[in-house]
Design a protein around this ligand. Structure first.
Ligand SMILES: [Mg+2]
Length: 286
């Protein structure tokens, strides 16, 4: 039986350039994958609003994983049957992996009033303020603020109070994740769990085994890369490769961002010397 490849990719710093957010160096490879009907599934910290815009820009019509594994959006009709445990919202079948944002906001109000002066949450952050602390344009900052499954905080207090706050919130059931700029309050989700769930859906719908190929550049990609059959680490201009604990195949790009993305996908999937094998979408299995 033919094994079908699935590509799960981080967006920022991986498919999009860290500095100019361009994916132009990956376009030829994306087209080659589309010709071979190999799905490219975004797996990102970005919001639904950001991703819906980006899917259109890049020309993706595949499912995407949003807010660091908290939710998956599958275009209605993408699979023959609606996957189990999903509900319909707009043009999508939606799979949730944690409580909604309102739950985490209430948890903050209930348990952390003593820390009110120590942080600014996204729910009270203005578009202008978000632009100031990120490189986002005002239009993209608006989309980044529309979150559904967690609350990023801009920490203003000292390190000791931050550690006390993290302990408090962890104690009442929140998962606390320190990102590059923000401290995230949310549920027990990660990109790896969401990838596995979606890969299982593909197996059921294809009636065929799949091989998962994951690409990412940062610490929040580690769970996805460690869960993948093939892990591809994309070189970052701002930090080292995170350490992976995986015995499976892993590859490090020599080029940055989308150039590294194209380099590694070409090596892994597209550069077979056997032309007939390349055209059969086969990969590995017998
Ligand atoms: Mg990234």
């Amino acid at each position: 039986m033919t094994t079908r490849p699935l590509i799960f990719t981080d967006i920022d710093g991986t498919l999009l350039d860290h500095y100019d957010y361009s994916f132009s160096h990956a376009i030829d490879v994306i087209e080659a994958l589309n010709e071979r009907h190999i799905p490219i599934i975004a797996n990102t910290s970005k919001t639904f609003a950001e991703m819906e815009k980006l899917q259109q820009t890049i020309g993706f019509n595949s499912p995407f994983i949003s807010e660091n594994g908290a939710v998956i959006y599958i275009p209605i009709g993408y699979f023959d049957q609606q996957p189990q445990d999903t509900f319909t919202q707009g043009y999508y079948w939606v799979k949730e992996f944690c409580q909604p944002r309102t739950y985490w906001l209430e948890l903050l109000t209930e348990h952390a009033p003593a820390f009110d002066d120590d942080f600014i949450g996204f729910s009270t952050l203005s578009v202008e303020a978000l632009c100031e602390v990120t490189d986002l344009s005002p239009d993209n900052a608006k989309l980044a603020l529309i979150r559904h499954y967690g609350e990023p905080l801009l920490w203003q207090g000292d390190e000791a109070s931050k550690q006390a706050f993290i302990a408090l919130m962890t104690g009442v059931g929140a998962q606390m994740l320190q990102g590059g700029r923000f401290l995230h309050v949310g549920g027990d989700t990660d990109k790896g769990k969401a990838m596995k769930w979606l890969a299982d859906v593909y197996v059921k719908q294809y009636h065929a085994p799949v091989i998962t190929i994951a690409l990412g550049d940062s610490g929040n990609d580690t769970a996805m890369l460690e869960a993948a059959d093939i892990a591809i680490q994309i070189k970052s201009p701002v930090h080292d490769f995170p350490v992976l604990a995986t015995k499976k195949q892993s590859i490090k790009s020599s080029l940055y961002g989308p150039k590294g993305w194209a380099e590694c996908i070409t090596q892994t999937l597209l550069s077979s010397s056997d032309e007939s094998q390349k055209n059969q979408l086969t990969f590995g299995g017998a």
